[in-house]
Every structure is written in structure tokens, then in C-alpha cells.
Design a protein around this ligand. Structure first.
Ligand SMILES: NC(=O)c1ccc[n+]([C@@H]2O[C@H](COP(=O)([O-])OP(=O)(O)OC[C@H]3O[C@@H](n4cnc5c(N)ncnc54)[C@H](OP(=O)(O)O)[C@@H]3O)[C@@H](O)[C@H]2O)c1
Length: 298
């Protein structure tokens, strides 16, 4: 089996990637401090902002391919800490791409739909980037620099993802689940749209793209949906009849970070490669965390 190195292996996407990749790859994960170890995967502690450590670990592990899923992934943190987040989101990313270019092994960078301003959806790979937040700017800068340094690299622009997250990981549905369990009111926008994709599907899409192509590929779901409608779907799938969903407009809530209204991704290119994201309802039904929610309310 070839060896796949996954950075951010303790994070939400990395944990899911490790789970799915295990069938075909000998997977090794890197994480900074989190204990969220994917089952059956060796996890090494490495701070990716310490470049010497990266180089040393790559020499020891000798991977055949690397998927970079580590990031400072909170747009609010990036907005408030642009310098600190730049080191991991841009500098470490470009450094990893350079090492992979030198080693001549495939490199995958997980970027984001937030490189777009959300005014002209749906977005395909040829649309110019136009971020509205520091996080989006950092992702766009890293994409550019990675492809400049290593033109054969793969940039996967990920849509909003949801799914099981292991012990300590989280996606945007875990807080929704907690609020539903605890009967709290949940404010959800009716005028903010995404093309969410389950992390399991997203991981399959990344691995498929890694085996078939390079350049930029969009990995999103096939359904464009508002945050509010997604919440309603989850409520229905989990059978939480008394969930307190409050429909609201973006302008009614003050936000620390500018957010694009509609960054729906056109994933035709990935679909042409064989990417098959499932219907949202089916993907939600499959999740252990949603099944637990259903069990807790029945
Ligand atoms: N989640 C989404 O909906 C979404 C949407 C679009 C794009 N993305 C992109 O997809 C990728 C994965 O996102 P995610 O949601 O899985 O993020 P996440 O859950 O926040 O995980 C981030 C991972 O990065 C690691 N990390 C952060 N700083 C590090 C450092 N200095 N050194 C080593 N590791 C470090 C974390 O390790 P520790 O936990 O050990 O600190 C963690 O394993 C990111 O590139 C993100 O921008 C995510």
C-alpha cells in the first residue's frame, strides 16, 4: 500500500479523510495537540508553523502523497488574528507544497468556497476569486502561491461540510445538535445559501481527484440550500418535532466577520471525474450523531 500523509488529521475533515482513505492507503496523520485520533491511524504531533519539524517528519515518514487539511479554520479567529492565522493558512501551506514539489509527490491543498464574495453563484473553477474576509483572502493567497510553486498540485475548494467528527472534532451541525437536544432557540438565516456536502462524500471526492487530476476542483453537494432549510431538514431527519428554529435575515444579526450570501459551488468537474455526493437527507440519515439525536428525543 502507498503511504498517505494527512495534516489536520485530528480535525473534522482530516479525521473523516483518514477513516475513508484507510481502505486503500497506509495512512499517517499529523495533528498539533488534539486527541481526536482516527481509528487505526498513526497520529504524530507536529506544529506545522515550525518548519524544521515538518521537514524532519516528512523525511521520516516518506509519504507517497500528502493531503493538507490542517488550517486555522475559524473565519472569526482569522479576522481577529490575521498575522497568526497567516502563518498556518498561507506560509505553512506553501512550505508543504514546496517540500512535496521537491520530493515529486502529489500535494492536495484544501481550500474553501469562501474565496468568493457570494454575489454571482454558482461558482465554477474558472471564476475569479473575490474574498470578503481575512480567512477567504488567506485561502485565495495560498491557492495562488501553491499553484505557482507547484503547478501539478491539486487545490480542492471545499463547500460547507457536515458529518460525524470523532471525539473532540466539530462541524457546523454539532452545535445545532446540542441546541436541539437542549431545547434552545436556534437562529438560522433564510438568505444565506451554500451547497453543503457530507465530510464522508467530501473525503471520497478529494481522494478521487487526487488519483485523477490536478489544478483546481470544486467539491460541493448537489443541492443549494439556505441555513434555515438545512436546519429544518435536520430537524425532520432527527424527528425533533419541537426544535425551536427561528428564521432570520443576515442583516438582523451583527457578525464579527463579513460572510458571503451565496457561495454555492458548481462541482461539475468533480462529478465528471466520478464524484457522487449523496442527497442531503440520505447523508444526514447515515450520521451517528444524527441517529444519537433521534434516540435522545424518542
Ligand atoms: N469545515 C468546513 O465546513 C470547511 C469548509 C470549507 C473549507 N474547509 C477547509 O477544510 C480544511 C479542514 O477543515 P476542518 O473543518 O477539518 O478544520 P478543523 O476541524 O478546525 O481542523 C483543523 C486541523 O488543523 C490542525 N492545525 C491547526 N493549526 C495547526 C498547526 N499550527 N500545526 C498543526 N496542525 C494544526 C488542527 O489540529 P489540532 O486540533 O490538534 O490543533 C486540526 O487537526 C481546512 O483547510 C478548512 O479551511 C472546511
Amino acid at each position: 500500500m502507498e503511504k498517505l500523509l494527512v495534516t489536520g488529521a485530528s480535525g473534522f475533515l482530516g479525521w473523516n479523510l483518514c477513516r475513508i482513505a484507510r481502505d486503500r492507503w497506509d495512512v499517517c496523520g499529523l495533528a498539533r495537540r488534539n486527541q481526536n485520533q482516527p481509528h487505526g491511524v498513526e497520529l504524530r504531533r507536529v506544529d506545522l508553523t515550525r518548519f524544521k519539524e515538518i521537514r524532519k517528519n516528512l523525511r521520516e515518514i516518506r509519504p507517497d502523497a500528502l493531503i493538507h487539511a490542517a488550517a486555522e479554520s475559524s473565519p472569526n479567529f482569522c479576522q481577529l488574528n490575521p498575522a497568526a492565522s497567516h502563518v498556518i493558512n498561507v506560509e505553512a501551506t506553501v512550505y508543504l507544497a514546496s517540500l512535496c514539489a521537491d520530493l515529486r509527490i502529489p500535494f492536495v491543498f484544501t481550500s474553501s468556497d469562501l474565496v468568493f464574495n457570494g454575489l454571482k453563484p454558482p461558482y465554477n473553477e474558472d471564476d475569479p476569486v473575490c474574498p470578503v474576509s481575512v480567512y477567504g483572502e488567506q485561502k485565495a493567497e495560498a491557492e495562488r502561491a501553491v499553484l505557482e510553486r507547484y503547478p501539478r498540485a491539486l487545490v480542492c475548494r471545499m463547500a460547507l461540510m457536515f458529518g460525524d467528527a470523532g471525539q473532540g472534532g466539530t462541524s457546523f451541525i454539532q452545535p445545532l445538535i446540542n441546541d436541539m437536544k437542549n431545547g434552545r432557540q436556534i437562529n438560522l438565516f433564510t438568505d444565506e445559501y451554500r451547497t453543503p456536502v457530507s465530510a464522508a462524500n467530501a473525503a471520497q471526492g478529494i481522494l478521487l481527484a487526487l488519483s485523477k487530476t490536478n489544478g483546481i476542483v470544486h467539491i460541493g453537494g448537489l443541492e443549494r440550500i439556505s441555513r434555515f432549510d438545512f436546519g429544518k431538514l435536520m430537524r425532520d431527519v432527527a424527528g425533533v418535532r419541537n426544535a425551536k428554529l427561528n428564521a432570520c435575515k443576515r442583516q438582523s444579526i451583527e457578525m464579527a466577520t463579513p460572510r458571503p450570501p451565496d457561495v454555492s459551488l458548481d462541482s461539475t468537474r468533480a462529478v465528471a471525474l466520478g464524484f457522487k455526493p449523496g442527497p442531503l437527507r440520505k447523508e444526514l440519515e447515515r450520521l451517528a450523531c444524527v441517529q444519537e439525536l433521534r434516540d435522545s428525543v424518542t
